[in-house]
Design a protein around this ligand. Sequence first.
Ligand SMILES: NC(=O)c1ccc[n+]([C@@H]2O[C@H](COP(=O)([O-])OP(=O)(O)OC[C@H]3O[C@@H](n4cnc5c(N)ncnc54)[C@H](O)[C@@H]3O)[C@@H](O)[C@H]2O)c1
Ligand SMILES: [Zn+2]
Length: 359
Amino acid sequence: MTSPELDPRMLLLLDWIDHTRPRRLAVVMDPNTERHCLPLISALLPPHTDFLCLSKDGEAIKSIEHAHALWSSLEEAGYDRGSALIGLGGGTVTDLTGFVASTYLRGLNYWLIPTTLLAMVDAAAGGKTGINLGGAKNRIGTFANPSGVSICPQFLSTLPAREIKSGLAEHVKHLLIAHSPEEAFHRLSQLNVDEKLADSDEFAPLIMESIDIKENIVQQDPTEVTGTRQLLNFGHTMGHALESWAMAQGLSLLHGEAVAWGLSTELTLSAARLKKGSPEALKFLALRDELNQKFPCPVTPPVPSELWTWALKDKKNADDAVHMVLLSERGTPLVHQAVTWGEFATACSANTPPSSNPA
Ligand SMILES: NC(=O)c1ccc[n+]([C@@H]2O[C@H](COP(=O)([O-])OP(=O)(O)OC[C@H]3O[C@@H](n4cnc5c(N)ncnc54)[C@H](O)[C@@H]3O)[C@@H](O)[C@H]2O)c1
Ligand SMILES: [Zn+2]
């Protein structure tokens, strides 16, 4: 964004501030978004705006300690119910800001400005907020829609290539949910995952497609009552188990990287439920192979029993069984699929490359 004041996608934020006239207004950000993103919008903000920069970045900020620090800052500064927050950052900042805004004084208005591709295609849409508990992902949270979301792909110009790729993995999840296996394979094979686009505005169509797919599902089941919304969790039972395990080990694994492995393992599991060698099973395995080739997992997953322990903590579970989203024979995603330990272990082992974790 060369001239932030003129970016039309920020006008709605300005309208919102003009219209709601928050008594106090704070921007929540992490050290990277303070450095790279705040300068692009600071001229737009009212003079009395406060800036709350978290002490770290990444998944570690989705914790009760960081939520507590923000609640305390708001309390000390006298924020009341007429105040508002702006979350400026990736999915960790948007999840935490939404959680803090929706719980402080039973709810403040908030606005999101996602600054990673992952947050633009997924995290900032849909109104889910959350923090982690005991290393398990998103155990505490609320459904609380922001007053608005400003998506400006220009923020992506400072985002490292690895983070861009992580965001593309969530986009691939949307393609798999919304399209036939043939179409999803075609789209995946066309996707350029390693070359950074010179003009980040070129990401705009991909972002809009992802948001459309997500919003369409969210509208059918906003607070996950019927289960339709769980379609968006395709790849996430396995992905979250791997992500939580990696976090506990201190290994570097991004959310989208975990999701890519989760998708390929859940495709393996979906194929294993079909007749071996059938055209449908082969389509799922072709998708799995293409995913693994485009998104090689940067860590070697542990033995399946370790992942099973983490998968048992997944929010979708019921009756002590692991439940996940799997593809039907026709390639349609199905929620509430109870998976046995045997199926789980076979799929994990079949989708684990030789060890490459640091000793
Ligand atoms: N609420 C939801 O519906 C939902 C959906 C998907 C994912 N999520 C959550 O999103 C989180 C992952 O989000 P993420 O991948 O954006 O991670 P992130 O927020 O940790 O951001 C990734 C890194 O990029 C840095 N960064 C952000 N914007 C930047 C920019 N423009 N330039 C340079 N650096 C920048 C951050 O400081 C961080 O180091 C996970 O916790 C996941 O559970 C939530
Ligand atoms: Zn995700």
